[in-house]
Design a protein around this ligand. Structure first.
Ligand SMILES: Nc1ncnc2c1ncn2[C@@H]1O[C@H](COP(=O)(O)OP(=O)(O)OP(=O)(O)O)[C@@H](O)[C@H]1O
Ligand SMILES: [Mg+2]
Length: 507
């Protein structure tokens, strides 16, 4: 199913539904109860954008979106469902295909590490990340200003920790210049910082910092690269997850030029488990989110929120989500019923669709769909069977991931952290007493890191030992074709064999 300048979303009694690329930066919403088809819908949309040359960023919360990187496997149990759906909606050109994927991981385990500096993150988001109260946030602000005035760079958490110790040691002098700096408050912030570090937040701060251009790549066949953030482990720290994605949005907003209206977006950003962004966020932050979402569309970025319950999205933000795909909702509890009523209200009515009753009856992979039309108004709501993805449903094998990673167009740029001269090192050469303390904290942390790394290495070795070697051969066969296709135009088969040889050869 093809139409110039639009993505095929699905089809129903109202005919095929098309998402216009020139309205795709007017944002969107994918909502529905658990198991109703949100992730599969997202997967199909991501494929569509990629095929249209639009880069995509998405967070893979359950690991099941990584399958985008591989074609659907005809002998897999889910395949029949996909082909049945394709037939039902008259998608005659349905065939397995992968999307070009780049894997990312805040922790650097399942993809390229993503880093930013403490300064870039800024005090507002950091305060949220550490769960600071207003007084603490005020002192954190002072630490940032003092670092700036002292000409000290805040790159990683060591820098911030050293700077905070410096603030405590010079509390009186700093209070006179910037306002009250209580030592106890500094101590409380430092403890939160340690907790953040213990959650793995430390690896996110430092250099080389992410270049946004790496999220906006197009491959040699003109397909938009799909950046897949491994978020399964990240979801254990919901606040880190939400703050990170918000930081990313604001980076995009700050770095990208105005483009006004264009024929297609520069990037589409899918925000899964979107309710986490808003859960107990302070008012100042909510305002910032609302503002970024409102303004970022003129930079050519479309933001799609994915959530179980549409009422989790604040009204000011929800009002800006023009393209809507609402999967089934349950109507058990009063809160559910409220969600059903709210969802029904937001659609442009269609006399032939009773939204409130349809919404609880929709099948899996079926949704109420309303998309922005050429004049910018929403289309009347239609019951729609969503198109099946052409890529695999479900996760990748570690070896498949390893192969895709080894082919990443980003290369090795981000692989190693670089620690250049910054606040921690500067205070150290000054011989500040602060630094003795910071050095002690660092040594403690390193010992802890070494212990965790040791444990992980042992566990990994154990898993490897238990692996059935013939399974490995099967996997090699399975991934072989997909990878060869990915590199077909660029790389000779010999190199493919070389890559597979080095990954699988020495065992
Ligand atoms: N468009 C579709 N075509 C065919 N099958 C589908 C479609 N959408 C969903 N399914 C089937 O329904 C299953 C559940 O869908 P999915 O994982 O997308 O649900 P979900 O809403 O993301 O659930 P959760 O909230 O638990 O993450 C899929 O594994 C697939 O088998
Ligand atoms: Mg899902």
């Amino acid at each position: 199913m093809k139409q110039e300048g639009a993505l095929f979303v699905g089809s129903g009694p109202g005919g095929p539904q098309w998402l216009r690329l020139d309205r795709a930066n007017r944002h969107g919403l994918i909502a529905g109860a658990t198991g109703t088809g949100k992730t599969v819908t997202l997967q199909g949309l991501a494929e569509g954008f990629s095929a249209a040359g639009v880069p995509v960023f998405l967070a893979d919360v359950k690991g099941d979106l990584a399958g985008l990187a591989m074609p659907a496997t005809p002998n897999a149990p889910y395949y029949e469902k996909l082909t049945a759906r394709a037939a039902e909606i008259g998608m005659a050109d349905y065939a397995p295909a992968e999307a070009p994927a780049i894997f990312w991981d805040l922790f650097g385990e399942q993809g390229h590490p993503i880093r930013t500096t403490v300064t870039e993150m800024g005090p507002l988001l950091l305060a949220r990340l550490m769960g600071l109260n207003e007084t603490q946030e005020g002192v954190l602000n002072i630490a940032f200003r003092a670092a700036d005035d002292e000409g000290m760079l805040l790159l990683n958490l060591d820098d911030l920790q050293a700077m905070l110790t410096f603030c405590a040691d010079h509390a009186d002098a700093l209070s006179a210049t910037y306002g009250n700096v209580a030592r106890a408050t500094v101590g409380a912030i430092q403890r939160q910082l340690l907790a953040l570090d213990a959650q793995g937040g430390g690896s996110f701060f430092g250099e080389p910092a992410l270049q946004i251009a790496d999220f906006m790549r197009v491959d040699e066949q003109g397909r938009g690269q799909v950046s897949i953030l491994a978020a399964d482990k990240l979801m254990a720290s919901p606040r880190l997850y939400a703050t990170f994605l918000l930081w990313l949005l604001s980076e995009l907003f700050e770095d990208l030029p105005e483009v006004g209206d264009s024929d297609k977006p520069k990037l589409v950003f899918f925000f899964d488990e979107a309710h986490l962004l808003f859960d107990d966020a302070p008012k100042a932050l909510l305002e910032k989110i609302e503002q970024v979402v409102r303004l970022i569309r003129s930079k050519g970025v479309g933001v799609y929120f994915v959530t179980q319950n549409p009422i989790d999205i604040p009204d000011d933000v929800a009002a800006q989500l023009g393209n809507r795909i609402q999967h089934a909702l349950r109507a058990f509890t009063p809160r559910d019923q409220k969600a059903v009523a709210a969802a029904a209200e937001t659609f442009r009515p269609n006399p032939s669709v009773d939204v409130a009753s349809a919404i609880t009856e929709l099948r899996t992979g079926e949704a109420l769909v309303s998309l922005l039309q050429e004049d910018g108004s929403p289309s009347p709501v239609e019951r729609t069977l969503i198109r099946p993805p052409a890529s695999r449903l479900g996760p990748l094998e570690p070896k498949e991931r390893a192969i895709i990673r080894s082919l990443s167009p980003v290369g090795t740029l981000y692989d190693e952290a670089v620690d250049r001269e910054s606040a921690y090192e500067m205070l150290k050469t000054r011989g500040e007493q602060a630094v003795a303390e910071a050095a002690r904290i660092k040594a403690e942390k390193n010992a802890e890191k070494a212990r965790i790394a040791q444990e992980k290495a042992e566990a990994a070795a154990e898993r490897e030992r238990r692996r059935n070697p013939s399974l490995q051969d099967q996997m090699l066969n399975q991934v072989g074709r997909a990878v060869q296709r990915q590199v077909a135009n660029k790389v000779a088969g010999q190199i493919v064999r070389g890559i597979l040889g080095s990954l699988f050869g020495r065992r």
